[in-house]
Design a binder for this molecule. Structure first.
Ligand code: RFL
Ligand code: PHB
Length: 384
């Protein structure tokens, strides 16, 4: 078997890349280890930054997002018992859309399948060989070992995938001394925007998915087992930490997410390219992970089009450096939001006072608030 672009992983990065390539008349095959049902149900990100929203519309994927997504013109930072709204519309004239990552994934799978796209779910033992000269993907499907020869392979297989070790990049890595316990509840959101709450002893985040579903996060120790948190304990802590009215409802989902900052450089070796979480991780406080994955594959799809249609290698040669500029901007923003909003277990009085001062400055200075807003709604693609 042969294809132009072999893609490992059917998350937002792999699926959107396959969609963008198809629009440019380039063939691809997507190999995914999980089932379609699993991939479509995985609850993850919820915030689409402005350039992501514009891109999805531009490439024919805006229909359901525009009908069902929730446009937000601001977020609140809550600390010292008070809410402070950062008004994106006023500060930067753009906003975000709250629309679940699994909805983006469903829309992408539907679009690819309607287009005759080749998506292979439930493959196992994926291998990558010949990345310097003659790239080949190996995999097992329905008990049979198969080989797929490709012009180019793209690793979109997330943080725990198999492609990053093949690139063997340099790695920058930071772990944080806390994690997030995330829940999804069948409860109507009472606030219509997100609330990032810095409580005196811990952080919480109030978000949502739809007019019927609230998404909430609590800062917890990194080794937390979600099973130790009963529903009653979760609601008690949420009420205490958010310090604001929230509706309770049955929990649909509960899980713990670790927090790290991680960047692999370069994002390429030979004919193997990395995109999305396979190459970089941000802590979720800046809501940037999926948006970065989408920005990467936009750059890569354009570069691959120039290369595969016209033999022009300039785009693919610049791919890693181009993406890493945006990646490091998002790394800084996500680290900054994380550091400003969480309670660090080993912080002393000096650090706590600095943190509070930073929060006060961010909400009271138009310049500082604009910087948060500009990064949160997303700098225009190609501008960093
Ligand atoms: P994904 O989504 O992890 O997809 C990788 C795919 O590869 C498959 N795979 C393999 N397939 C074949 N062979 C193998 N050997 C394979 N190994 C893995 C996997 O099954 C999977 O289907 O990576 P991608 O496409 O790069 O997308 C990245 C995003 O998923 C991620 O950055 C975001 O979810 C991060 N994130 C957020 N991002 C945002 O932009 N805004 C947010 O508000 C936001 N909130 C979050 C988040 C992530 C969270 N968690 C759970 C990590 C909130 C949370 C709690
Ligand atoms: C979410 O709704 O899941 C969400 C929102 C904002 C974040 C992270 C996650 O910073």
């Amino acid at each position: 078997m042969r294809t132009q672009v072999g893609i490992v992983g059917a998350g937002p990065a792999g699926l959107l890349l396959s969609h963008l390539l198809a629009r440019a008349g380039i063939e691809s095959v997507v190999l995914e280890s999980r089932s379609r049902d699993h991939v479509e149900r995985r609850v993850r990100a919820g915030v689409l930054e402005h350039p992501t929203v514009e891109l999805l519309r531009e490439v024919g994927l805006g229909g359901r997002m525009d009908r069902e997504g929730l446009p937000h013109d601001g977020v609140s930072l809550r600390f010292a018992g008070e809410d402070h709204r950062i008004d994106f519309a006023d500060l930067v004239g753009r906003g975000i859309v709250v629309y679940g990552q699994q909805e983006v994934v469903k829309d992408l799978i539907a679009a690819r399948l309607a287009d005759g796209g080749d998506l292979r779910f439930e493959v196992s033992d994926v291998t990558v060989d010949g990345v310097e000269a003659d790239p080949v993907l190996g995999f097992v499907r329905d008990g049979r070992r198969e080989e797929l020869h490709c012009d180019v392979i793209v690793g979109c297989d997330g943080f725990h995938g198999i492609t990053r070790p093949v690139v063997a990049p340099e790695v920058a890595d930071r772990q944080y001394p806390f994690a997030w316990l995330g829940i999804l509840a069948k409860a109507a959101p009472l606030h219509h925007e997100l609330v990032y709450a810095h409580h005196e002893d811990v952080f919480a985040l109030y978000s949502m998915r739809s007019p019927e579903v609230t998404r909430l996060y609590l800062q917890v120790p990194p080794d937390t087992d979600a099973a130790d948190w009963s529903d009653a304990r979760i609601w008690d802590e949420l009420h205490r930490r958010l310090g604001t009215e929230i509706n309770e409802g049955p929990l649909i989902e509960k899980g713990v997410t670790g927090m790290r900052s991680f960047v692999a450089e370069p994002m390429r070796r030979g004919w193997l390219f990395l995109a999305g979480d396979a190459a970089h991780i941000v802590p979720p406080t800046g809501a940037k992970g999926m948006n970065l994955a989408i920005a990467d594959v936009r750059v890569l799809a354009e570069a691959l089009e120039s290369f595969l249609r016209r033999g022009d290698e300039r785009g693919i040669d610049a791919y890693s450096d181009t993406c890493l500029r945006r990646v490091w901007r998002a790394e800084h923003f996500s680290w900054w939001m994380t550091s400003m909003l969480h309670v660090f277990p080993d912080a002393d009085a000096f650090q706590n006072r600095l943190q509070l001062s930073q929060l006060r400055y961010t909400v009271s200075s138009r310049a500082a608030a604009t910087s948060l807003a500009e990064n949160y709604v997303g700098l225009p693609h190609g501008s960093v």
